[in-house]
Write a protein of this length. Structure first.
Length: 206
């Protein structure tokens, strides 16, 4: 039992960046709730949620980044963080902390931009926020790494990940208030970043 506990502690030491990302999301959510409500769109805009008119006309492009750490309600936060805790840990152990951070931030920014561009083209103005774009970037990178490693890393398999991707995208398409383009954009950007950043070890390890 003590060996298992020790192993879990050692695993957490190897995923400091993912732990930090989860902590930042949680802290930002608490601050938003203290100063108002995360369900108030006006308040969320003040905190940096994505809103295409302010980005297109006001050039407030920082929102592409800040929206990644904001969530509409506690369930929105918890759902994203549960996925991130599982897949983000695995990804960070596979690529290292620096590359993990690049995938999370750059992939998340790519997802935000694709969502923003889609809104401009379709002439839609919605307030959007959430770490799901970055989370899908993690998923995309993890998908590439699984494919390179013959479909399995630790307890994660390609089949399980693809099933999760399909179910999540389906729920997003059939639900209201979900930024599906951020999900697809994050998935694409994450996969591309995985191709660029991940190098399989010659000794057969990941």
């Amino acid at each position: 039992m003590f060996d298992n506990i020790k192993q879990q502690i050692m695993k957490r030491k190897n995923v400091k960046m993912n732990t930090l990302m989860i902590a930042i999301n949680a802290i930002v959510f608490i601050l938003v709730e203290i100063t108002g409500s995360s369900l108030d769109t006006v308040h969320m805009i003040k905190w940096g949620a994505a809103y295409s008119p302010l980005m297109e006309v006001g050039h407030e492009y920082y929102r592409l980044f800040t929206c990644m750490f904001l969530h509409f309600g506690i369930s929105h936060l918890i759902n994203n963080m549960i996925v991130l805790a599982f897949l983000g840990d695995t990804l960070e152990r596979a690529v290292g902390s620096v590359k993990y951070l690049i995938i999370y931030v750059v992939g998340g920014l790519g997802a935000s931009y694709i969502s923003f561009y889609t809104e401009i083209v379709s002439n839609k103005n919605t307030v959007s926020a959430g770490a799901s774009g970055a989370v899908f970037a993690v998923i995309g990178a993890m998908l590439y790494i699984l494919l390179v490693n013959k479909g399995r890393i630790e307890d994660l398999t390609t089949g399980r990940l693809i099933l999760m991707i399909v179910l999540t995208l389906y729920l997003g398409i059939t639900s209201t208030g979900v930024d599906n383009m951020a999900h697809l954009g994050g998935l694409f950007c994450g996969f591309l970043l995985g191709v660029l950043l991940y190098k399989k070890r010659r000794n057969g390890g990941y």
